[in-house]
Design a protein around this ligand. Structure first.
Ligand SMILES: [Zn+2]
Length: 1037
């Protein structure tokens, strides 16, 4: 995988939130790991390492231990924290000087087998032999990182062994380089008459990556703003340069970069540090001597005057208004990211400048109506040695480029003059507080990503983690100098000559030109080949194919057994009681660290059919247009000051026992600090009772941003759109899901965004509100609420939620559901639970007939996203568990080889949803017809039963590692709240998974997957295809 840049605004800080044990309630074990780590002494020697620093970081509930390896100089950071989900990562500074993608191809190739584990693809194989909660590898602009996490100590050792061997002792065989990097091969490898073409996983991955216009822009932005060294090249590889890379260069790059002296090791969690150090020393570091590094990135030379560039990209796949597809941004070089306090300050400053409708750049640019959304990489970017700030717009007319530049300059002047309101600074600091307290399930991963860039350039990762110190220092600076922030703006933005203006405009012939250049490159390569070379290529193509088709022996790899899996799930405790008379509220006490999570679910059963497509739009603007006496700016300010976010989303929830039954509704979700709960509930009351739908200009801005975001997301999520479409005609729930979130929704939003008069659309919103939130029928529509909070907070929460429910409508007048077939179904409750129950109002559609449909969405991409869906059985049917294991088995043992290794797609596989839809898919796939054939072959393979007990056990491990993946305290109990599943049902399902046998697997393959057995649907997103165009069974959109 190749990762470029980061997320918008407070990206890095946002990711900083993880699990934490609450001190008052779960006392006892809470601090063992941290206290144990505090016992280490500076200077202490452990397994070839020396302890350099031991620091307690109370704000993140962890102890940091910094070490260095005596004989190689390898750096090591251990973060001890009472968290079972332990993480390891090793990171190498990789600073390529060309765009052949050498670090990226290397990242892929080291995973093709190593000295101790010579089997192909140990990572993919370990997915089936482990209970890992995360395994990956990725190439950034200046480092390559290999992280994994698991909750099982034995698994940790197994994975560590595989990771160390892969990175330090890979085989790097020539055939691996051919498969993963690039190669010339006959289109059909067994037929030398077919033309020679470029193939290779990274080659295709990067072709796919650059169908994303935002990526093209970001890549050029970094290349041009930091032109002197490694940041001027494409670390992932430019498809036109990748074929220049040789196998020798790859091996050389490994020898000079993947060395302990250039490595940073990171471990996190509650496992023993000594054990990690011992294993790393024995299995890797003891075999190396110190090496001089040559990977340092020098400081960028500062410009003496600003620069300007124009670039081209592909046309927006969905835009109808070709005249408004230009992007422009102005970017400024900032100081070195190893200056952690300056980086912290500039990150906060960036947030004040661009986040939310009250920020100066939002007002000046977004609300100017010139464009659809901010330009890519807007805000602070701290992923390169020197950071940069970028600001601009996308979706503008070419003629407005100048205006945008002027607005940027003018806004900077205004900020220098006026500064920021105190309230906004307070809201931002509150946001940081809540982000530090909110707990995600992958805190270790968040931490390693957070420190990676700074540490990579020898900054102090521990200083970076001490956010409490930085916050205090920040407050102090503001107190001492009220113009602190304004002066920074003046220094870094106004008086900074290292300033780049970059504009990008679509060229209708962009992909055509890319194809031509690739063809030219191919021609050059082929012309230079001798007859003998051609023979070689043919032979190697066959050899690769033979290798790939050979049954593989993975027995060299360590593995857990099915017996290592926990036989039962920990039961989650919650209470349901009625509030305000008759509305069920689920209370789930959790160590939430002083944060309260509130959710409410409203039914959509009375909504007229013609309003349904507008529900997602309604949801996305409901909390952003103002409510009660608050206009939208005041509302945004209140939400930031009092909550950690208030969101609304459409929901289609499948039933557990009938495929044609489902629940439709809207979910309201929010979180806040304990002390702010009454304020948050008051905001909800106002949003429910008095939402505003008047501000037309504001509405236009929101629609444009939402539409732009949807269409930008297609290159990344094409397989999901294909699958949604393919399942549309299989169940009524899938049909509604496609309406809410499929390609039709993307196109509808795009159409609305391009309307000159949005009033007719805006007028639909109060109508939806009437059916969803109207006081008259609130009793019928507001189906249930839930609260996750600490036990101490529960009684206060009960009071506040009760008040809210009493305030949102009283009448009991019933409105008839539009669909006549509604059944009431109580949620399954655990035995011995209290009397009150959640009752779900499900829709049954007896007229629904599943049918086959094939859709081809023609998009101007050079790759395809293919989805084939099959209607199977609901969750409680015993066959569901068998199909779940089967999907994993087909992915690991058949589809991965066919679609990725042989076909050259970035990914592909099979999966079974809770909704009973079995999906076969491919991702960034150069093929289409061949992939559909592979799906067919996969089914034949499954039916034939040519798999072993070992294969089945591996599939089970893999399924359980996702079934047992950690759940954050905020999300505990949600299976019951949303889907009505009880602990007992989940345990029963678990037992079915354990029991799945070879016979059952072949039986379900025969029963459901074959043609003519169940209804199938197909959908493809991708370029024009001559064969499909001639086939009348396909609908072309
Ligand atoms: Zn990759």
């Amino acid at each position: 995988m190749w990762r470029f840049g980061g997320r918008r605004g407070l990206g890095a800080l946002q990711r900083l939130s993880g699990r934490r044990t609450h001190r008052n309630v779960w006392r006892g074990k809470s601090d063992q790991a941290c206290e144990r780590a505090l016992q280490y002494k500076v200077g202490e020697k452990i397994h070839g390492f020396t302890v350099n620093q031991v620091t307690s970081v109370p704000e993140l509930f962890l102890t940091a231990v910094k070490l260095s390896h005596d004989s190689t100089g390898a750096r090591y950071l251990h973060l001890a924290r009472e968290d079972k989900n332990n993480l390891f990562s090793v990171q190498f500074r990789t600073t390529p000087m060309d765009s052949t993608g050498v670090p990226h191809v290397l990242e892929h190739t080291v995973l093709c087998g190593s000295q101790k584990y010579p089997c192909r693809d140990p990572f993919f194989k370990m997915l089936n032999r482990s209970l890992s909660t995360f395994m990956n590898a990725f190439t950034a602009s200046d480092y390559t990182m290999y992280p994994f996490s698991t909750q099982n100590p034995k698994d940790f050792q197994n994975l560590l062994s595989v990771y160390l061997d892969a990175t330090f002792f890979p085989c790097l065989r020539e055939l691996d380089f051919w498969q993963e990097g690039w190669r010339l091969e006959h289109e059909n490898p067994s037929d030398p008459q077919t033309p020679l073409i470029f193939k290779g996983v990274v080659f295709n991955e990067m072709k796919g990556a650059f169908t994303d216009n935002e990526r093209i822009f970001s890549q050029h932005l970094q290349n041009k703003l930091l032109p002197d060294h490694t940041y001027s090249v494409v670390s992932g590889g430019d498809p036109l340069c990748i074929p220049e890379l040789t196998w020798e260069q790859l091996k050389e790059f490994h020898a000079t970069h993947y060395h302990p002296s250039n490595a940073r090791f990171f471990t996190y969690g509650n496992f023993q540090l000594e054990q990690h150090l011992k294993q790393i020393q024995e299995e890797a570091l003891s075999k190396f001597q110190k090496m001089e590094q040559s990977t340092v990135v020098p400081a960028q030379k500062h410009w003496d005057k600003p620069r300007e560039f124009h670039i081209a990209c592909g046309p927006d796949s969905l835009a109808t208004d070709a005249s408004k597809q230009t992007t422009v941004s102005v970017s400024f070089l900032l100081p070195d990211i190893t200056d952690t306090f300056e980086a912290f300050t500039l990150n906060l400053l960036s947030s004040l400048l661009i986040s939310g409708p009250n920020s100066p750049f939002y007002k000046a640019l977004i609300e100017s109506g010139l464009g659809t959304d901010f330009s890519p990489d807007v805000g602070y970017n701290g992923y390169t040695r020197e950071a940069y700030f970028s600001i601009g717009l996308q979706g503008i007319s070419e003629k407005d480029v100048r205006t945008v530049k002027e607005l940027v300059d003018k806004t900077i002047e205004e900020v220098i003059e006026k500064g920021f309101e105190d309230d906004r600074i307070e809201a931002l600091l509150h946001k940081i507080e809540i982000q530090m307290k909110h707990q995600s399930t992958s805190f270790g991963l968040a931490l390693t990503s957070y420190i990676a860039s700074c540490w990579n350039h020898d900054g102090d990762p521990v200083e970076l983690l001490q956010m409490g110190n930085q916050l205090a220092k920040f407050r102090q600076c503001l107190k001492e100098n009220p113009k602190f922030l304004q002066e920074k703006v003046e220094q870094y933005f106004k008086n900074n000559q290292h300033k780049l203006t970059l504009s990008m405009k679509p060229d209708d012939k962009y992909y055509e030109k890319q194809t031509q250049m690739e063809a030219e490159k191919l021609k050059q390569k082929v012309i230079s080949l001798s007859q003998e070379d051609k023979q070689q290529i043919y032979k190697k193509g066959l050899e690769l194919r033979t290798q790939q088709s050979k049954p593989q022996d993975a027995s060299c790899l360590p593995a857990l057994k099915v017996s290592d899996i926990e036989p039962s799930i920990p039961f989650i405790q919650f209470d349901v009681s009625l509030a305000a008379g008759d509305i069920p509220v689920q209370y789930c006490a959790q160590p939430t660290n002083g944060v309260v999570y509130f959710r409410a679910f409203c039914s959509l059963n009375t909504l007229p059919e013609e309003l349904r497509p507008y529900v997602p739009l309604f949801c996305s603007v409901l909390t952003k247009l103002g409510c009660g006496i608050l206009d939208y700016r005041e509302q945004a300010q209140q939400i930031e000051l009092k909550t950690g976010g208030m969101t609304v989303s459409p929901q289609v929830l499948p039933d557990d026992s009938h495929l044609d039954t489902y629940e439709q509704g809207v979910l309201f979700s929010s979180l806040c600090l304990d002390r702010n709960l009454p304020d948050m509930m008051h905001l909800w009351t106002e949003i429910f009772n008095n939402p505003c739908f008047e501000e037309e200009d504001r509405f236009k801005v929101l629609v444009k941003m939402a539409a732009q975001e949807l269409s930008n997301g297609i290159p990344d999520s094409g397989h999901l759109y294909a699958a949604l479409r393919a399942s549309k005609t299989l169940t009524p729930a899938a049909d509604l899901q496609e309406t809410f979130g499929g390609m039709d929704q993307v196109r509808l939003m795009k159409r609305i965004a391009e309307m000159t008069d949005v009033k007719p659309i805006l007028r639909k919103l109060p109508r939806i509100k009437k059916y969803l939130l109207n006081c008259d029928n609130m009793r019928i529509l507001l189906s249930r609420c839930s609260v996750n909070a600490t036990p101490q907070q529960m009684s206060q929460a009960e009071k506040d939620v009760g008040n809210f429910l009493r305030n949102v409508g009283r009448s009991k007048k019933e409105r008839k559901p539009v669909r006549p077939h509604v059944v009431e179904k109580p949620a399954h409750s655990s035995s011995g639970g209290s009397g009150s129950q959640i009752v779900r109002k499900l829709i049954i559609d007896p007229t629904f007939k599943p049918c086959q449909m094939k859709t081809h969405f023609q998009l101007p991409f050079p790759v395809n996203y293919v989805g084939e869906c099959i209607r199977t059985v609901p969750y409680t049917d015993p066959d569901h568990a068998s199909l779940k294991i089967l999907a994993r088995l087909m992915t690991a043992k058949f589809l991965h080889t066919e679609i990725r290794e042989k076909g050259g797609a970035y990914g592909g596989g099979a999966k079974l949803g809770h909704n009973g839809i079995f999906t076969l898919y491919s991702y960034r796939d150069p093929n289409f017809i061949e992939t559909l054939q592979s799906f067919g072959k996969a089914v034949d393979w499954a039916k034939s039963g040519k798999f072993t007990q070992q294969d089945i056990d591996e599939a089970k491990l893999s399924v359980f590692s996702s079934v047992d993946s950690p759940v954050a305290p905020s999300d505990k109990g949600m299976d019951h709240f949303l889907y009505g599943l009880s602990n007992e049902m989940k345990q029963a399902y678990r037992e079915q998974l354990f029991a799945v046998s070879h016979d059952q697997l072949t039986t379900v393959s025969n029963k459901y997957l074959g043609i003519g057995k169940s209804t199938h649907g197909l959908a493809v997103l991708g370029p024009e295809n001559a064969k499909i165009a001639k086939d009348p069974s396909w609908i072309i959109r």
